[in-house]
Write a protein that binds this ligand. Structure first.
Ligand code: AHM
Ligand code: MG
Length: 328
Protein backbone atom coordinates (compact mmCIF):
# COMPACT_ATOMS: atom_id res chain seq x y z
CA UNK A 1 0.00 0.00 0.00
CA UNK A 2 1.42 3.46 -0.84
CA UNK A 3 2.43 5.45 2.22
CA UNK A 4 0.51 8.72 2.43
CA UNK A 5 2.59 11.87 2.91
CA UNK A 6 2.74 13.43 6.38
CA UNK A 7 0.33 16.20 7.18
CA UNK A 8 1.47 19.67 8.29
CA UNK A 9 1.10 18.91 12.00
CA UNK A 10 3.05 15.62 11.89
CA UNK A 11 5.80 17.09 9.73
CA UNK A 12 6.22 20.20 11.91
CA UNK A 13 6.49 18.12 15.10
CA UNK A 14 9.18 15.98 13.51
CA UNK A 15 11.03 19.04 12.21
CA UNK A 16 10.91 21.39 15.20
CA UNK A 17 14.12 22.70 16.73
CA UNK A 18 15.30 23.84 20.15
CA UNK A 19 14.57 27.51 19.47
CA UNK A 20 10.97 26.65 20.37
CA UNK A 21 10.01 26.33 24.06
CA UNK A 22 8.36 22.94 23.43
CA UNK A 23 8.74 20.55 20.52
CA UNK A 24 5.01 20.76 19.74
CA UNK A 25 4.79 24.58 19.68
CA UNK A 26 5.75 25.06 16.03
CA UNK A 27 3.20 22.45 14.96
CA UNK A 28 0.47 24.03 17.09
CA UNK A 29 1.11 27.51 15.70
CA UNK A 30 1.32 26.35 12.07
CA UNK A 31 -1.78 24.24 12.54
CA UNK A 32 -3.68 27.27 13.86
CA UNK A 33 -2.70 29.35 10.85
CA UNK A 34 -3.48 26.42 8.57
CA UNK A 35 -6.96 26.11 10.11
CA UNK A 36 -7.59 29.80 9.52
CA UNK A 37 -6.36 29.24 5.96
CA UNK A 38 -8.87 26.44 5.41
CA UNK A 39 -11.66 28.74 6.53
CA UNK A 40 -10.46 31.60 4.32
CA UNK A 41 -10.06 29.20 1.38
CA UNK A 42 -13.61 27.98 1.77
CA UNK A 43 -14.97 31.52 2.15
CA UNK A 44 -13.17 32.61 -1.01
CA UNK A 45 -14.57 29.71 -2.99
CA UNK A 46 -18.10 30.76 -2.04
CA UNK A 47 -17.49 34.52 -1.83
CA UNK A 48 -20.10 35.56 -4.39
CA UNK A 49 -22.66 33.20 -2.87
CA UNK A 50 -22.07 34.56 0.62
CA UNK A 51 -22.02 38.23 -0.37
CA UNK A 52 -18.48 38.77 0.90
CA UNK A 53 -17.13 40.34 -2.25
CA UNK A 54 -16.36 44.02 -2.21
CA UNK A 55 -15.44 46.75 0.18
CA UNK A 56 -16.06 46.69 3.91
CA UNK A 57 -16.68 50.43 3.62
CA UNK A 58 -13.64 51.56 5.57
CA UNK A 59 -9.90 52.07 5.14
CA UNK A 60 -7.24 50.30 7.20
CA UNK A 61 -4.53 52.10 9.16
CA UNK A 62 -2.35 52.72 6.10
CA UNK A 63 -5.24 54.05 4.07
CA UNK A 64 -5.96 50.98 1.91
CA UNK A 65 -9.63 50.31 1.29
CA UNK A 66 -10.55 47.25 3.38
CA UNK A 67 -12.38 44.44 1.64
CA UNK A 68 -14.97 42.40 3.54
CA UNK A 69 -12.64 39.43 3.32
CA UNK A 70 -9.76 41.45 4.82
CA UNK A 71 -11.85 41.93 7.95
CA UNK A 72 -13.08 38.32 8.06
CA UNK A 73 -9.56 36.95 7.44
CA UNK A 74 -8.03 39.20 10.07
CA UNK A 75 -10.44 37.98 12.76
CA UNK A 76 -10.14 34.33 11.78
CA UNK A 77 -6.33 34.31 11.93
CA UNK A 78 -6.32 36.20 15.25
CA UNK A 79 -8.88 33.85 16.83
CA UNK A 80 -7.06 30.74 15.64
CA UNK A 81 -3.78 31.98 17.11
CA UNK A 82 -5.40 33.16 20.36
CA UNK A 83 -6.93 29.71 20.82
CA UNK A 84 -3.43 28.20 21.12
CA UNK A 85 -2.68 30.21 24.29
CA UNK A 86 0.92 30.42 23.02
CA UNK A 87 0.89 33.91 21.53
CA UNK A 88 1.74 36.96 23.66
CA UNK A 89 1.58 39.60 20.92
CA UNK A 90 0.14 39.84 17.44
CA UNK A 91 0.07 42.52 14.84
CA UNK A 92 -1.55 42.51 11.41
CA UNK A 93 -1.78 44.72 8.37
CA UNK A 94 -5.41 45.46 9.25
CA UNK A 95 -4.85 46.77 12.79
CA UNK A 96 -3.30 50.06 13.90
CA UNK A 97 -1.83 48.64 17.10
CA UNK A 98 -1.14 45.31 18.78
CA UNK A 99 -4.00 42.80 18.94
CA UNK A 100 -5.03 42.07 22.54
CA UNK A 101 -3.86 38.58 23.56
CA UNK A 102 -5.55 38.61 27.00
CA UNK A 103 -3.74 36.65 29.73
CA UNK A 104 -1.41 35.12 27.15
CA UNK A 105 0.11 38.62 26.73
CA UNK A 106 2.11 37.79 29.85
CA UNK A 107 2.45 34.02 29.56
CA UNK A 108 2.67 33.32 25.81
CA UNK A 109 6.09 32.60 24.33
CA UNK A 110 5.56 33.73 20.73
CA UNK A 111 4.86 36.82 18.68
CA UNK A 112 3.07 36.58 15.34
CA UNK A 113 2.92 39.16 12.55
CA UNK A 114 0.60 38.59 9.60
CA UNK A 115 -1.16 39.90 6.54
CA UNK A 116 -4.46 37.96 6.55
CA UNK A 117 -5.46 38.59 2.93
CA UNK A 118 -2.63 39.77 0.73
CA UNK A 119 -3.54 41.00 -2.74
CA UNK A 120 -7.09 41.75 -1.70
CA UNK A 121 -7.85 43.66 -4.90
CA UNK A 122 -7.87 40.20 -6.53
CA UNK A 123 -10.75 38.91 -4.41
CA UNK A 124 -13.59 40.21 -6.53
CA UNK A 125 -12.16 38.75 -9.74
CA UNK A 126 -11.48 35.25 -8.38
CA UNK A 127 -7.73 35.67 -8.86
CA UNK A 128 -5.10 34.34 -6.40
CA UNK A 129 -4.60 35.88 -2.97
CA UNK A 130 -2.72 34.74 0.13
CA UNK A 131 -2.03 34.92 3.86
CA UNK A 132 1.52 35.75 5.05
CA UNK A 133 2.91 35.23 8.56
CA UNK A 134 6.07 35.43 10.63
CA UNK A 135 6.72 34.02 14.12
CA UNK A 136 9.20 35.32 16.71
CA UNK A 137 10.11 34.11 20.21
CA UNK A 138 9.24 36.80 22.76
CA UNK A 139 12.03 38.92 24.27
CA UNK A 140 10.32 40.47 27.30
CA UNK A 141 9.80 38.46 30.50
CA UNK A 142 7.14 38.65 33.22
CA UNK A 143 5.30 41.64 31.72
CA UNK A 144 2.68 42.08 29.03
CA UNK A 145 4.39 41.80 25.64
CA UNK A 146 4.79 45.06 23.75
CA UNK A 147 6.65 46.84 20.98
CA UNK A 148 10.03 45.48 22.11
CA UNK A 149 8.78 41.99 21.21
CA UNK A 150 7.44 42.89 17.81
CA UNK A 151 9.57 45.68 16.31
CA UNK A 152 12.37 43.34 15.31
CA UNK A 153 14.28 42.54 12.14
CA UNK A 154 13.45 39.47 10.10
CA UNK A 155 16.73 37.87 11.20
CA UNK A 156 15.04 37.29 14.58
CA UNK A 157 12.20 35.25 13.05
CA UNK A 158 11.88 31.60 14.09
CA UNK A 159 9.46 30.67 11.34
CA UNK A 160 7.60 32.25 8.46
CA UNK A 161 5.27 31.18 5.73
CA UNK A 162 2.27 31.78 3.57
CA UNK A 163 -0.96 30.22 2.42
CA UNK A 164 -1.64 30.69 -1.28
CA UNK A 165 -5.29 30.50 -2.34
CA UNK A 166 -4.95 29.71 -6.04
CA UNK A 167 -6.08 26.88 -8.25
CA UNK A 168 -5.14 24.84 -5.19
CA UNK A 169 -4.43 25.97 -1.64
CA UNK A 170 -0.73 25.71 -0.73
CA UNK A 171 0.75 26.12 2.74
CA UNK A 172 4.48 26.99 2.61
CA UNK A 173 6.72 27.46 5.63
CA UNK A 174 10.26 27.55 6.89
CA UNK A 175 11.56 27.31 10.43
CA UNK A 176 15.15 27.83 9.31
CA UNK A 177 15.62 24.32 7.99
CA UNK A 178 14.48 24.57 4.37
CA UNK A 179 11.17 25.47 2.80
CA UNK A 180 8.35 22.96 2.66
CA UNK A 181 5.11 22.94 0.67
CA UNK A 182 1.85 21.31 1.69
CA UNK A 183 -1.29 21.10 -0.41
CA UNK A 184 -4.76 21.28 1.09
CA UNK A 185 -6.77 18.18 0.27
CA UNK A 186 -10.27 19.63 0.58
CA UNK A 187 -11.81 16.18 0.86
CA UNK A 188 -9.66 15.23 3.85
CA UNK A 189 -9.54 18.80 5.18
CA UNK A 190 -5.81 18.38 5.70
CA UNK A 191 -2.57 19.87 4.37
CA UNK A 192 -0.34 17.07 3.02
CA UNK A 193 3.37 17.40 2.25
CA UNK A 194 3.88 17.85 -1.48
CA UNK A 195 7.45 19.20 -1.65
CA UNK A 196 10.23 19.11 0.94
CA UNK A 197 13.29 21.39 0.81
CA UNK A 198 12.05 23.51 -2.06
CA UNK A 199 14.86 25.24 -3.98
CA UNK A 200 14.47 28.56 -5.75
CA UNK A 201 14.30 27.98 -9.51
CA UNK A 202 17.26 29.16 -11.60
CA UNK A 203 17.05 32.40 -13.53
CA UNK A 204 14.39 32.26 -16.21
CA UNK A 205 14.34 35.90 -17.34
CA UNK A 206 11.02 36.86 -15.78
CA UNK A 207 10.24 40.04 -13.85
CA UNK A 208 7.12 40.89 -11.86
CA UNK A 209 6.48 44.58 -11.26
CA UNK A 210 3.68 47.11 -11.62
CA UNK A 211 5.34 48.92 -14.50
CA UNK A 212 2.37 51.26 -14.67
CA UNK A 213 4.10 53.10 -11.83
CA UNK A 214 7.36 53.52 -13.76
CA UNK A 215 6.63 57.18 -14.55
CA UNK A 216 7.42 57.82 -10.86
CA UNK A 217 10.34 55.37 -10.55
CA UNK A 218 13.88 56.49 -9.82
CA UNK A 219 16.81 56.03 -12.22
CA UNK A 220 18.14 52.70 -10.81
CA UNK A 221 14.78 51.02 -11.33
CA UNK A 222 14.19 52.62 -14.73
CA UNK A 223 17.65 51.56 -15.90
CA UNK A 224 17.11 48.04 -14.56
CA UNK A 225 13.74 47.57 -16.24
CA UNK A 226 15.06 48.89 -19.57
CA UNK A 227 17.96 46.46 -19.27
CA UNK A 228 15.82 43.40 -18.59
CA UNK A 229 13.44 44.30 -21.41
CA UNK A 230 16.37 44.73 -23.79
CA UNK A 231 17.53 41.28 -22.67
CA UNK A 232 14.16 39.84 -23.68
CA UNK A 233 12.72 39.14 -20.22
CA UNK A 234 9.02 38.32 -19.89
CA UNK A 235 6.76 40.27 -17.54
CA UNK A 236 4.40 38.34 -15.22
CA UNK A 237 2.38 40.32 -12.66
CA UNK A 238 -0.50 38.75 -10.79
CA UNK A 239 -0.87 41.71 -8.43
CA UNK A 240 -0.81 39.59 -5.27
CA UNK A 241 2.64 39.38 -3.73
CA UNK A 242 2.17 35.83 -2.42
CA UNK A 243 1.14 34.58 -5.85
CA UNK A 244 3.88 36.43 -7.74
CA UNK A 245 6.46 35.30 -5.19
CA UNK A 246 5.30 31.67 -5.32
CA UNK A 247 5.32 31.66 -9.10
CA UNK A 248 8.84 33.06 -9.26
CA UNK A 249 10.06 30.66 -6.56
CA UNK A 250 8.85 27.72 -8.61
CA UNK A 251 9.58 28.97 -12.12
CA UNK A 252 12.33 31.55 -11.67
CA UNK A 253 12.13 35.32 -11.67
CA UNK A 254 12.24 38.48 -9.59
CA UNK A 255 9.42 40.46 -7.98
CA UNK A 256 10.00 44.21 -7.61
CA UNK A 257 8.02 46.84 -5.72
CA UNK A 258 10.35 49.86 -5.71
CA UNK A 259 10.09 53.06 -3.79
CA UNK A 260 9.32 55.95 -6.12
CA UNK A 261 9.21 59.74 -6.24
CA UNK A 262 5.75 59.80 -4.61
CA UNK A 263 6.32 56.95 -2.12
CA UNK A 264 10.04 56.63 -1.34
CA UNK A 265 9.39 53.63 0.89
CA UNK A 266 7.20 51.86 -1.65
CA UNK A 267 3.99 50.10 -0.71
CA UNK A 268 4.81 46.82 0.99
CA UNK A 269 4.98 46.38 4.76
CA UNK A 270 8.21 45.13 6.25
CA UNK A 271 6.73 43.14 9.14
CA UNK A 272 3.64 41.62 7.57
CA UNK A 273 4.78 40.96 4.01
CA UNK A 274 8.46 41.52 3.28
CA UNK A 275 10.40 39.97 6.17
CA UNK A 276 8.46 36.65 6.20
CA UNK A 277 8.81 36.17 2.44
CA UNK A 278 12.48 37.19 2.60
CA UNK A 279 13.05 34.39 5.14
CA UNK A 280 11.39 31.90 2.77
CA UNK A 281 13.35 33.23 -0.22
CA UNK A 282 16.70 32.89 1.57
CA UNK A 283 15.90 29.43 2.87
CA UNK A 284 15.18 28.34 -0.70
CA UNK A 285 18.47 29.79 -1.96
CA UNK A 286 16.97 33.07 -3.22
CA UNK A 287 17.42 36.62 -1.93
CA UNK A 288 15.52 39.75 -0.93
CA UNK A 289 16.81 43.32 -0.74
CA UNK A 290 15.55 46.86 -0.47
CA UNK A 291 18.08 47.73 -3.21
CA UNK A 292 21.05 48.04 -0.90
CA UNK A 293 20.60 45.87 2.21
CA UNK A 294 18.93 42.52 2.83
CA UNK A 295 15.27 42.85 3.78
CA UNK A 296 15.79 40.72 6.89
CA UNK A 297 18.42 43.14 8.24
CA UNK A 298 16.05 46.12 8.29
CA UNK A 299 15.03 47.23 11.79
CA UNK A 300 11.36 48.25 11.80
CA UNK A 301 10.69 51.61 13.40
CA UNK A 302 6.92 51.18 13.51
CA UNK A 303 4.39 48.37 13.02
CA UNK A 304 3.40 49.54 9.55
CA UNK A 305 6.95 50.28 8.39
CA UNK A 306 7.11 50.15 4.58
CA UNK A 307 10.06 49.28 2.41
CA UNK A 308 10.95 48.88 -1.25
CA UNK A 309 11.47 45.19 -1.98
CA UNK A 310 13.11 43.10 -4.71
CA UNK A 311 12.82 39.37 -4.08
CA UNK A 312 13.35 36.10 -5.89
CA UNK A 313 16.13 34.32 -7.73
CA UNK A 314 19.52 35.26 -6.20
CA UNK A 315 21.19 36.09 -9.54
CA UNK A 316 18.30 38.33 -10.55
CA UNK A 317 18.40 40.15 -7.20
CA UNK A 318 22.19 40.61 -7.56
CA UNK A 319 21.67 42.07 -11.04
CA UNK A 320 19.09 44.53 -9.69
CA UNK A 321 21.38 45.54 -6.82
CA UNK A 322 24.08 46.36 -9.34
CA UNK A 323 21.86 49.09 -10.82
CA UNK A 324 21.26 50.55 -7.36
CA UNK A 325 24.93 50.61 -6.41
CA UNK A 326 25.94 52.30 -9.70
CA UNK A 327 23.37 55.04 -9.21
CA UNK A 328 24.17 55.73 -5.54
P1 AHM B 1 -2.52 44.40 0.14
O1 AHM B 1 -1.86 43.61 1.21
O2 AHM B 1 -3.32 45.54 0.67
O3 AHM B 1 -3.31 43.56 -0.80
O4 AHM B 1 -1.35 45.14 -0.71
C1 AHM B 1 -0.22 44.45 -1.12
C2 AHM B 1 -0.33 44.10 -2.57
C3 AHM B 1 0.62 43.02 -2.99
O5 AHM B 1 0.08 41.76 -2.77
C4 AHM B 1 0.76 43.29 -4.45
O6 AHM B 1 1.91 42.73 -5.00
C5 AHM B 1 0.72 44.75 -4.50
O7 AHM B 1 0.00 45.19 -3.35
C6 AHM B 1 0.02 45.24 -5.69
O8 AHM B 1 0.04 46.62 -5.67
P2 AHM B 1 -0.29 47.46 -6.98
O9 AHM B 1 -1.75 47.33 -7.19
O10 AHM B 1 0.16 48.84 -6.61
O11 AHM B 1 0.52 46.88 -8.10
MG1 MG C 1 -0.51 42.55 1.62
Amino acid sequence: MPVSPPNLFQFAIENSNDEFANSTDLAILLNAIGSAGKFISSEINRAALRDIFGSAGAANVTGDEQQKLDVIGDNVVAEALLSTGLVCAMSSEENAGLIDCGVAATTGEYVVVYDPVDGSSNIDVAAPIGTIFGIYRRLSEGVRAGDVDILRPGTDMLAAGYVLYGSSTIFAYTSGNGVHFFTLDPTLGDYLLTEENVRSHGSSHVYSANEGNSGKWNDPDLDWVEHVKAEGYSGRYIGALVADFHRNLMKGGIYAYPGDKGSPDGKLRLLFECAPLAFIAEQAGGAATNGTIPIRDIEPTQLHHRTPMYIGNADEVALLKGFHSVNN
